[in-house]
Design a protein around this ligand. Structure first.
Ligand code: MN
Length: 277
């Protein structure tokens, strides 16, 4: 990773982007209100929101970001809002707003009707994402990125909640959250995007993809809410359907077997292909 510009905030599931005078803290997949959906299945656990807030405030104290970006899925219910979210989301954002001037939310697939729940100064970015300073393209991952993101040196996405499954000699399984770092073939992604957007986009996309055979580095972030279930990236039986989750991962422009897997503390576990169960 080009640690001068973009680095994970080990051991937190968060990224820090530093460029000129800007310092951007990026976190993804809070899924506030996830506990409510569990309660419907008879599992009652206390609200995780105070813990999430504390973790965000700790990160802000340590890194003092000038901007804060939520990379989608701030809330859990897909449409509408549960009663608890009506209370907990405004509270969380008001507390963060007291110390952060610049807060942005990239729309995830769970963020319908989120806007009325956050203070007015919070800006919304479409699910197609945005290009940040240092040529870092960020988007949630459930929808196609914008054409602009083809210019990225790095693309960052959430949505997958990647985890790795370990199996001991007794057959017991545990999972750990992980970072995924891999590469995306610009030309293949461009072609997929043309298929998606139609021929009218050809000239605009070709202008970006023709220059050279360039690879875009791709980082898939772990979810900030650590209790969420995730996609085991090293399970052979369900390998394909799991990692090809969202259009960009299904587009076959992403290198999967050679993707590097890191634990939250920064330990490099190896390549996905060598970690398959
Ligand atoms: Mn998502």
């Amino acid at each position: 990773m080009n640690y001068d510009i973009l680095a994970p905030a080990f051991p937190y599931p968060a990224l820090i982007l530093k460029k000129n005078s800007e310092k951007i803290l990026i976190i993804s997949d809070l899924h506030i209100g996830w506990e409510v959906s569990l309660a419907k299945n008879g599992i009652h656990i206390p609200s995780q929101t105070p813990k999430l807030l504390k973790k965000i405030l700790d990160l802000m104290k340590i890194h003092k970001p000038t901007r804060l970006i939520f990379l989608g899925d701030v809330k859990h219910t897909v449409t509408g809002a549960e009663l608890s979210e009506w209370k907990e989301i405004p509270n969380l954002f008001e507390k963060i707003s007291e110390i952060a001037q610049d807060i942005e939310i990239v729309q995830g697939n769970h963020d319908g009707n989120l806007e009325p729940l956050v203070p007015r100064n919070v800006k919304f970015i479409s699910a197609k994402g945005t290009l940040l300073p240092g040529n870092i393209g960020v988007f949630h991952g459930h929808a196609w990125p914008s054409i602009e993101l083809l210019k990225s040196d790095y693309m960052v996405m959430g949505h997958l909640h990647p985890v790795i499954t370990f199996k001991d000699s007794f057959g017991f399984r545990t999972t750990k959250q992980v970072w995924i770092k891999t590469e995306c073939d610009l030309k293949k992604l461009g072609l997929s995007l043309i298929k998606h957007l139609g021929k009218r986009s050809y000239d605009q996309i070709n202008l970006i993809t023709k220059e050279k055979n360039r690879m875009i580095k791709l980082i898939i972030m772990p979810s900030f809410n650590k209790l969420l279930s995730g996609q085991p990236v090293n399970m052979k039986s369900r390998h394909n359907e799991n990692l090809y989750f969202g259009p960009i991962l299904r587009s076959k422009s992403i290198i999967v077997d050679e993707a590097e897997v890191y634990l939250l503390d920064g330990t490099l576990l190896g390549k996905i292909d060598d970690l398959m169960l």
